[in-house]
Design a binder for this molecule. Structure first.
Ligand SMILES: [Zn+2]
Length: 252
């Protein structure tokens, strides 16, 4: 009898634990409860306030800190931005604590760590948007575009920037100097979005289901303005290729 009671007790405990785990998973993936378009609108409005000198610095007080510490985070977006000290993401979008899941890395690249972080934001926190945010005068992209020697751990970091620069040079071999750098900075934003799609089946799945949007954006260091580049021109191809990845190869 004792063993049976213990088993019952254990079963009850396991069942309760599973329920609680389920509730926790549900709570953490519930997200902010807004659509991708609404999230983008909030980021645009925040940047407008910042540019016009009317930033509100919202949700940055003690109450918000305590609320997010105890109730968890439901960021409205994941932003992959450059580590450049002149592009602080929460400030330029006039957002507060718990509003933006920020992934900053030199050259706003999307290597495994950045893709994994974006997946976490989307799958576990319910962020409806991933923004890849490039910026004018990006040192990392400029160094690659100008063929600077990069030692130490930098070569693997800029691997994907190399790809972006190569595409720009191939498309227009005459590009040089600032024009080349500017084109490479833009191409590098597209490259990160392409890398997110190509390396993450989960991000492709969420995008296909319309649960998330991936957009590019460009931050202007001088004006503070964020120009929105929209979705990747080849997004349909990336998502279509993903859908056809499993079947056998085409015979033609
Ligand atoms: Zn940069």
């Amino acid at each position: 009898m004792k063993m049976t009671d213990r088993k019952k007790g254990l079963g009850l405990f396991v069942g309760l634990a599973m329920c609680l785990t389920g509730v926790m998973v549900w709570a953490s993936s519930a997200g902010p409860g807004i659509s991708p378009d609404e999230a983008l609108a909030r980021l645009k409005q925040g940047n407008d306030r910042y540019v016009s000198g009317k930033a509100e610095h919202p949700r940055a007080d003690k109450q918000r800190r305590e609320e997010t510490a105890t109730k968890g985070q439901h960021p409205i977006a994941a932003v992959i931005g450059c580590s450049d000290s002149r592009g602080p993401v929460e400030i330029i979008f006039d957002q507060g604590i718990g509003d933006v899941f920020v992934i900053r890395v030199a050259g706003n690249v999307a290597n495994a760590d950045e893709v994994g972080s974006a997946e976490y934001a989307v799958e576990h926190l319910g962020a409806p948007v991933i923004v890849v945010l490039g910026h004018t005068s990006c040192g990392a992209v400029t160094a690659v575009a100008k063929g600077a020697h990069l030692g130490g751990s930098l070569p693997p970091l800029v691997k994907n920037i190399n790809t972006a620069v190569a595409k720009v040079k191939k498309a227009d071999p005459k590009l040089a100097d600032q024009a080349l750098v500017d084109a490479a900075i833009k191409a590098n934003v597209w490259q990160s979005i392409e890398d997110l799609f190509k390396t993450s089946p989960d991000i492709r799945k969420f995008a296909k289901e319309g649960k998330i949007k991936l957009v590019g954006a460009m931050y202007h260091l001088d004006s503070g303005q964020v120009d929105w580049m929209g979705q990747h021109p080849d997004q349909a191809k990336f998502l279509g290729a993903a859908a056809q990845a499993a079947p056998a190869k085409k015979t033609d």
